[in-house]
Design a protein around this ligand. Structure first.
Ligand SMILES: *Cc1c(COP(=O)(O)O)cnc(C)c1O
Length: 392
């Protein structure tokens, strides 16, 4: 099929839940993408914070190829080595105790919610528990995760959602405290809000929430699906705050392109029992071979060190850009998860950047989001800034 055929046929057969750009992506290499016409793009989106190791990481590709020839799927009636290795690796880097593998971020959230409800059921011997989530959060599109997503535009057509969810103001500890009652079983938050516009939690807020949870025997769920896996210069963003959650959700960069998510619990919060939860594909050897290789590559390439260095450089360059342009009203973020807020919608900037060979995405209508592969160098930042300057 030629490029136009692919787009036309796609419009005919794919359910129109996305307004796609008129580009057919064909292949990737490092920090670059190539479309079906051979045009090259510097990629500061990384498949939405997925391709942490860039395109074509040799060790991950080889691990996946080897596993395809061995066995792709076994079911959870049996053990498989890649899942066991990936689970051990994930616990080592996160400081958590137990892992349940699933296939996406939204499923990891579903598992986290069920874990919290089960924990409280055992604790109180009754049902009717509630969860506190944050306004402007994003936790996924399945009905449970959507119930936690503090965004009326995503929620309203699908109401009523799960009951007993209350929304507090992010970074306002008093607004959380005001919602706590004897039914509260969990507080869920993103240590750095992603889709909501790149808002890092303050240290006071996150450590305050941890203390509140300890005091009231409430489980803290950190959604690390976007901000985890090295993106903020540590493996998981909550570690920047010295906070260990009771439940952590991971996906996006975990498989660097293979669909794998996970929720992790402490021993104390490992409330789910045999029969309480399951997934046919969850933890299958193919995706876990990828996740295991990804974790090993993070260590070998010392990804978090490089994110700290290049992230600081990106911060400096985006600050300079902000000084030069009145339409840029704010700059936020940590490591290689940063955002520029504009006084105008950023749609045109994104389109013009594409024409100039740069892939950027938004987070909300007015915020440009920078979530490049974590293995980029200062030279990639310079190249991005040069294109963005011209576009602006
Ligand atoms: C992307 C994302 C999700 C949902 O993940 P999917 O794999 O799209 O289901 C949940 N939480 C956060 C913070 C995310 O960024």
């Amino acid at each position: 099929m030629n490029t136009q055929d692919i787009m036309n046929t796609g419009e005919e057969y794919l359910l129109h839940t996305y307004n796609r750009y008129p580009i057919v992506m064909d292949r990737g290499e490092g920090a670059y993408l190539y479309d079906s016409e051979g045009k090259k793009y510097l990629d500061f989106c990384a498949g939405i914070a997925v391709f942490a190791l860039g395109y074509g990481n040799e060790a991950v590709n080889q691990a996946v190829k080897n596993q395809v020839d061995k066995i792709v799927h076994t079911s959870n009636y049996f053990y498989n080595e890649p899942a066991v290795k990936a689970a051990k690796g994930l616990c080592e880097v996160s400081g958590m105790d137990k892992v349940f593998f699933c296939n996406s971020g939204t499923e990891a959230i579903e598992g986290a919610m069920k874990t919290a409800l089960r924990y409280a059921y055992d604790r109180d011997g009754r049902t009717g528990h509630e969860i506190i989530a944050m306004k402007h959060s994003f936790h996924g599109r399945s009905l449970g995760a959507l119930s936690l997503t503090g965004n009326a535009h995503y929620q309203d057509p699908f109401k009523p959602l799960i009951s007993g969810i209350h929304f507090a103001d992010f970074n306002d500890l008093d607004s959380v405290k005001a919602l706590v009652n004897e039914n509260t079983c969990a507080i869920i938050l993103e240590p750095v809000q992603g889709e909501g516009g790149i808002y890092p939690a303050t240290e006071e807020f996150l450590t305050g929430i941890r203390a509140l949870c300890d005091e009231k025997d409430i489980l803290l769920i950190c959604d690390e699906i976007q901000c985890g896996m090295g993106r903020t210069g540590v493996m998981f963003a909550c570690q920047r705050y010295g906070v260990r959650p009771d439940i952590m959700t991971v996906a996006k960069a975990l498989g660097c392109g293979l669909p794998v998510g996970a929720f992790l619990t402490t021993d104390k919060a490992a409330a789910l029992k045999p029969g309480d939860h399951g997934s046919t594909y969850g933890g299958n050897p193919l995706v876990c071979a990828a996740a295991d290789a990804v974790l090993q590559e993070f260590e070998r390439l010392q990804v978090t060190d490089s994110v700290q260095r290049v992230g600081a450089y990106l911060y400096e360059k985006l600050e300079e850009l902000k000084e030069e342009h009145d339409i840029i009203v704010d700059h936020r973020g940590i490591g290689l998860m940063q955002g520029l807020e504009f006084s105008v919608p950023v749609g045109d900037i994104i389109k013009k950047a594409q024409e100039a060979g740069l892939i950027l995405i938004n987070a909300g209508t007015h915020i440009l989001r920078f979530v490049p592969p974590l293995v980029i160098t200062e030279a990639h930042v310079d190249e991005m800034i040069e294109i963005l300057k011209k576009v602006l």
